[in-house]
Design a protein around this ligand. Structure first.
Ligand SMILES: *[C@@H]1O[C@H](CO)[C@@H](O)[C@H](O)[C@H]1NC(C)=O
Ligand SMILES: *[C@@H]1O[C@H](CO)[C@@H](O)[C@H](O)[C@H]1NC(C)=O
Length: 583
């Protein structure tokens, strides 16, 4: 089916269509807060109760059931509205969308205008519930001013064109309760007159590329997992092509990477072989993934690996990084076609300032922000707000990073994610996990553990097919994973087969990959000494991944606490190095 085309036309107190939406009355105008469709009834209750929601807006019968389950615990709740489907049953205070609209029939425009005009720029406009890495979600209050200022500044920064000059097109597929999607799909769209197309609900389960091909957006914000999925898909298609085509593709990729890396350093000439490659390969690739008109390919919301960035760069698709957080209304830095360094998340949006707090010898310290994009505070959490914004007005991001001499910002880790070993060494887990995923192509997810422990260990999952209906990872390996097994002489087609039989070939290959990564370790403490294969891949449905597919470490640590404990049961158990000798 055609993606729905919806004109976004919002006044400052309009209700937007979150999949589940809460808004509570604040000086007689509504403030919206989003709830993720994947939230459990209990998690829905937490948000609705915490912001004292008066009205809950749900998409369909399924979401409604969750709310009915917790309704009795929400004393402030006056009405529930279901917008996406007709009601299956009547209940007091439950309205269909048309019934709800009818309620406003007799309200004169003058009254509506008064309400709109009563809004002040410094009032809260929206609440973004953000969980951070630990603790209960906190309601980030963003004012009208924070949002309108950020939308204009960020849009100008990435050179979005106003609709009066040239129409920009976007595909919306992330939950609007997340700041990245809300900023891009609502606030930037309203500010620049962007036409927004809504992808199918199963976009992240694989239909997103179909929508991209249909819409051919001019700008696209993909979370890292989306870019990785596209990369995997392209690689598996590439693997099936003829020897000649493979040769051409690999030549073009070499040329693309080399030329683009040079461009990044300021060379502007376009060599002949690059022009040929563009004609033969890059244009076709862009077309195949629906990005042939897209001049602004962005990634954000979680770390992306250098390999993925290089893969796209080699196909002449520079993927620019955005960096920021809910507490900064979204973007704080952006990389740009004329200001781009691989693995840097760019420079500040004009008007935003950065401070590296307490830098170490190499210039690494906590990244702090200031500017008009900084939030008002957490709803009813003064203490937490004071922890986040210091006395001088700097927002502490909790991220570690440094700036180079040209002002490019590099993120090196999250303070809360740092693993501090029993020996006292601080270890950022992401680079090691990325190296493992890169060294062992059958690995889907990797999580490093070892906080306060004697050595590092790793939880690993294999690439498997996902149930399109439920989003649950299954037991069947992906075609690429099966191909990988066959190359190693294993006949396995299921995750369970590999684990139950401790498949020799696969276990040895993983071991070899880990040892190779250990070779490159910064220190002995940074070597992965043990690992285990888990039966189920991480997923949104399983709760191990967040709404933007970011790894939720505390959830994984809790879920697999037995496996983790097993690593450290016996202090003298052999390490990977010794295991290798035994194999
Ligand atoms: C919202 O949550 C915070 C933190 O748990 C708490 O301090 C506050 O009282 C809650 N507000 C309501 C209305 O539940
Ligand atoms: C964001 O908006 C609020 C309310 O207007 C304001 O208090 C806050 O200072 C804004 N951020 C900045 C840094 O201007």
């Amino acid at each position: 089916p055609m993606p729905q085309k919806r004109q976004l036309c919002l006044s400052s107190n309009s209700v937007f269509c979150f999949s589940v939406l809460v808004f509570f009355l604040f000086f007689c105008s509504g403030v919206a807060a989003g709830i993720y469709t994947t939230n459990s009834p209990e998690a829905c209750r937490y948000v609705a109760e915490n912001c004292s929601a008066n009205v809950l807006v749900v998409e369909n019968h399924k979401q409604l059931q969750k709310i009915l389950e917790i309704q009795h615990k929400l004393p402030h709740l006056k009405a529930i509205i279901q917008y996406g489907e007709e009601l299956k049953e009547k209940r007091p205070n439950l309205y269909s969308w048309s019934e709800f609209m009818d309620l406003g029939k007799d309200v004169p425009d003058t009254q509506l205008r008064e309400i709109i005009e009563s809004q002040k720029p410094n009032q809260c406009c929206t609440l973004i519930y953000t969980s951070g890495t630990t603790g209960q979600p906190k309601g980030v209050m963003l004012s009208h001013d924070n949002l309108t200022w950020t939308a204009l500044a960020a849009g100008r920064c990435i050179m979005l064109t106003d609709a009066t000059e040239q129409q920009e097109l976007l595909v919306s597929y992330l939950p609007l309760s997340h700041i990245a999607a809300q900023m891009a799909d609502i606030w930037l769209a309203v500010t620049f007159g962007v036409q927004v197309f809504f992808a199918q609900p199963d976009a992240l389960k694989g239909t997103l590329v179909d929508t991209l091909r249909e819409v051919r957006p001019t700008a696209f914000l993909g979370v890292p997992r989306v870019w990785e999925k596209i990369e995997e898909k392209m690689k598996s298609v590439g693997a099936k092509s003829s020897a000649f085509r493979k040769k051409v593709a690999s030549w073009a990729k070499g040329v693309g990477l080399q030329t683009n890396l040079k461009r990044m350093n300021g060379y502007s000439e376009v060599p002949v072989n690059f022009r040929i490659a563009r004609h033969l390969v890059y244009k076709k690739v862009r077309k195949a993934i629906g990005l042939d008109r897209c001049t602004k390919c962005y990634t954000g919301a979680a770390p992306i690996t250098r390999e993925t960035l290089e893969f796209f760069l080699s196909l002449n698709i520079p993927v620019f990084e955005l960096y920021g957080m809910s507490e900064s209304s979204g973007p704080h830095t952006a990389s740009l076609p004329h200001a781009f360094k691989l693995t840097s998340c760019g420079k500040e949006v004009a008007g935003c300032r950065t401070l590296i707090y307490k830098p170490d010898g190499e210039g690494n310290g906590e990244i702090c922000f200031s500017g008009r994009h900084i939030f008002m505070g957490y709803l009813n959490m003064e203490e937490k707000t004071k922890e986040a914004i210091d006395e001088e007005g700097w927002l502490h991001s909790g991220d570690l990073g440094k700036q180079d001499k040209d002002g490019f910002l590099y993120i090196t880790g999250r303070i809360k994610e740092l693993i501090i070993t029993a020996g006292g060494e601080n270890i950022p887990p992401v680079p090691i996990e990325d190296a493992v995923k890169n060294a062992i192509p059958i690995i889907s997810n990797a999580m490093l553990v070892g906080d306060k422990a004697k050595f590092l260990a790793m939880l690993l999952t294999l690439k498997c097919n996902v149930d399109v209906g439920t989003g649950e990872p299954g037991d069947d390996l992906t075609p690429e994973a099966i191909e990988y097994c066959q190359k190693l002489g294993s006949k396995a087609t299921k995750v369970s087969e590999i684990i139950n039989s401790k498949d020799k070939a696969i276990y040895a290959a993983i071991q070899k990959g880990i040892l190779a990564v250990n070779e490159g370790a910064v220190s002995n403490a940074q070597k992965v000494q043990k690992w285990v294969l888990l039966e189920k891949d991480f997923s949104l449905a399983g709760g191990e991944l967040g709404p933007t597919m970011k790894l939720k470490r505390p959830v994984v640590a809790q879920k697999y606490k037995d496996q983790i404990a097993q690593f450290y049961m016996d202090a003298d158990t052999p390490t990977t190095t010794e295991n290798a000798l035994q194999q």
